[in-house]
Design a protein around this ligand. Structure first.
Ligand code: ATP
Ligand code: MG
Length: 158
């Protein structure tokens, strides 16, 4: 089984990567740039995501010194990571976006979005998951119906 393939990545306010978009990624991609330009930071973005999903956002966030260290110096707004990928070469292009901000010294997910590059059918939403501060909906990819509306409140995400 071939793993899903990332085609593009967009990063905002993650350390040296204040506003970076890399598209047309290939399975073999070489990053070239001067010292301190953010090459290792790009790899840390993937490590950050992995820790978020395995150990939790709080762990990934605190380990990197929180918003003070993580957010690009002088920037405003959340730390944001957006990845577009295909499960298989024939699959629709999927886009996952995670935005993290900080409230009272703790990380909060201000936005989490999973959507298809094109709507699965007429009148159907293109998103599969869309949350803002813990409120949002999940759409059944088969029927296009909104199957769950979850209201956890941002406090529960900490
Ligand atoms: N919060 C931040 N805002 C802006 N820049 C930051 C922030 N945190 C770290 N940096 C900068 O990121 C740079 C380090 O980036 P990184 O280690 O990814 O570079 P690199 O391209 O891998 O460099 P090298 O070729 O030396 O390995 C440093 O210049 C540092 O000042
Ligand atoms: Mg480096």
């Amino acid at each position: 089984m071939r793993p899903p393939v990332i085609e593009s990545i967009k990063i905002e306010n993650y350390r040296a990567l204040q506003n970076v978009e890399i598209d047309k990624l290939k399975p073999f991609t070489v990053l070239v740039g001067p010292n301190g330009s953010g090459k290792s930071t790009l790899f840390d973005v993937f490590a950050f995501m992995e820790t978020c999903f395995t150990s939790g956002i709080r762990h990934a966030w605190d380990r990197r010194g929180g918003l003070r260290q993580l957010r690009s110096r002088g920037a405003k707004g959340p730390v944001s990571i957006q990845i577009s990928y295909r499960e298989t070469p024939q699959s629709r292009l999927m886009t996952y976006r995670l935005e993290i901000d900080e409230e009272r010294g703790r990380p909060v997910v201000s936005r989490e979005l999973l959507r298809c590059s094109r709507s699965p059918g007429p009148g159907r939403p293109s998103h599969i998951l869309d949350f803002r501060h813990g409120d949002g909906d999940v759409v059944d990819d088969e029927t296009g119906e909104i199957v769950r509306i979850i209201s956890t409140g941002a406090t529960n995400l900490r």
